[in-house]
Design a protein around this ligand. Structure first.
Ligand code: UD1
Length: 417
């Protein structure tokens, strides 16, 4: 795997347009199976998006990219199986399950498997699909899903507002017989974007403010669609963290401040100046960061778990103690041990991490443990004295488009090795 060499103590500043949201693009690419031709603008060029394209191609679609536009054609016969190798290429491949079932009436996939964030069960996905009339047979890690006739709409109460499960249910419900009601559905902007895409192809979806989603099954969907993917809120937060950690001044454009309503106040609490416009965010980092009293990760509209690691990197440099409580994933502090190699003081106890800020970090050899943890290491390395080597950056490339190019344009000294 490739590495980044980062020479720290250079301010991150300037202007940066944000790419489209990975977590919106992936389910929308799966949803492209439900129409003949999808033209998707603002579709980020990331390894996870390429993995989704490989799955679509394996299923019989053609996928072409022109700049940030991806065109998916799925007019011929579509296969209903995803082999294990492709399922493992991307953890969120399971979101293809609902789309394949709707398109083919059968789906054969393997379990997406555990991952660097701890076990990633799909019991809510499977139980919901079963309630909608899907027969699921499990055999040695493979899932064979079949339907007698059509999937049927029903009332579902999710035990947790799982993003992936909500997406799979939406994809299954749009052409199901009757109405599907999802109580305690996920409300992330990426869910709204998938619903927006499905609505654009003729689905009838009502997103209610209380977290309930009502889907009235329709008979057919439209054959063509042109759609624009929303901006990536986590990439936005990450670049803002890089500016804040280095005392820089950054204007992020083509983004959506509203999606970061739980995050921007944390920057202010840490002493950053933040201003927002309709599609932009300006941040100026202080000379020395203040600690953040408590970051509790929650389902949207709470503080996103994906921004926890970048904020932890920031808090290592604050004047005082910051506390993190990770409520979404069981094992999402692997970056802490790597940050400690750079001089950070962090104590992890189950779901809680206590970070005692230090005046400065020093360079070190650190290894990316996962996508957002890897981004956190880059932020720390940008602020640290000396040259750090960040290894296993393939994790980072799953979610950040041309990170080194963008950071270089903002004043960072970063090279790929
Ligand atoms: C999505 C995002 C990921 C983000 C996460 C939480 C994508 C591609 N990924 O992941 O970046 O960190 O939302 O915002 O959009 N769970 C179960 N059973 C299930 C499903 C989930 O127990 O059937 C648990 C998971 O183990 C986890 C929690 O629910 O602890 C949240 O998972 P979920 O919301 O489903 O996240 P993903 O869709 O996997």
């Amino acid at each position: 795997m490739a590495n980044f060499l980062i020479e720290g103590e250079n301010r991150i500043g300037g202007e940066l347009p944000i790419h489209g949201a990975k977590n919106a693009a992936l389910p929308i690419l799966a949803a492209a199976l439900l129409t003949r031709r999808s033209v998707l603008h603002n579709c980020p060029d990331l390894s996870d998006v390429r993995a989704a394209a490989h799955i679509l191609e394996h299923l019989g679609c053609t996928v072409e990219r022109e700049g940030d536009t991806v065109i998916v054609e799925s007019d011929d016969g579509v296969y209903c199986d995803i082999p294990d190798g492709l399922m493992r290429e991307m953890r969120s491949s399971v979101v293809f399950l609902g789309a394949i079932l709707t398109r083919c009436g059968r789906a054969r996939v393997s379990f997406p498997g555990g991952c660097e964030l701890g076990p990633r069960p799909i019991d809510i996905h499977l139980a919901s699909l079963e309630r909608m009339g899907v027969n699921i047979k499990e055999d040695h890690g493979d899932l064979d899903c079949t339907i007698d006739g059509k999937m049927v709409g029903t009332e579902l109460n999710l035990p947790f507002p799982s993003v992936g499960a909500t997406e799979n249910i939406l994809l299954a419900a749009v052409l199901a017989e009757g109405t599907t009601v999802i109580h305690n559905a996920a409300r992330e902007p990426e869910i709204q974007d998938l619903a927006g895409f499905l609505t654009a192809i003729g689905a009838k979806i009502h997103l209610k403010n209380d977290g309930t989603i009502v889907v009235e099954g329709v008979e057919t969907l439209l054959p063509e669609v042109e759609y624009r993917v929303i901006p990536d809120r986590i990439a936005t937060a990450t670049y803002l963290c890089a500016a804040a950690a280095t005392g820089g001044e950054l204007l992020v454009t083509k983004t959506e401040p509203e999606y970061l309503a739980a995050v921007l106040p944390m920057f202010e609490e840490m002493g950053c100046q933040v201003k927002t416009g309709p599609d932009l965010i300006y941040l100026k980092g202080p000379r020395r960061l203040r600690p953040v009293r408590m970051v509790r990760t929650m389902p949207y509209p709470g503080f996103p778990t994906d921004a926890q690691a970048p904020f932890m990197a920031l808090s290592t440099l604050a004047q005082g103690t910051s506390v993190f409580v990770e409520n979404i994933f069981e094992s999402r502090y692997k970056h802490a041990a790597e940050l400690m190699r750079m001089g950070a003081r962090i104590k992890v106890e189950g779901r809680v991490a206590v970070v005692e800020g230090v005046p400065a970090l020093h360079s070190a050899q650190v290894r990316c443990t996962d996508l957002r943890g890897g981004a956190a290491l880059c932020i720390a390395a940008l602020a640290a004295a000396g040259v750090s080597r960040v290894s296993d950056i393939a994790h980072i490339e799953r979610g950040y488009e041309r990170l080194e190019e963008h950071l270089s344009s903002l004043g960072a000294k970063i090279t790929r090795e």
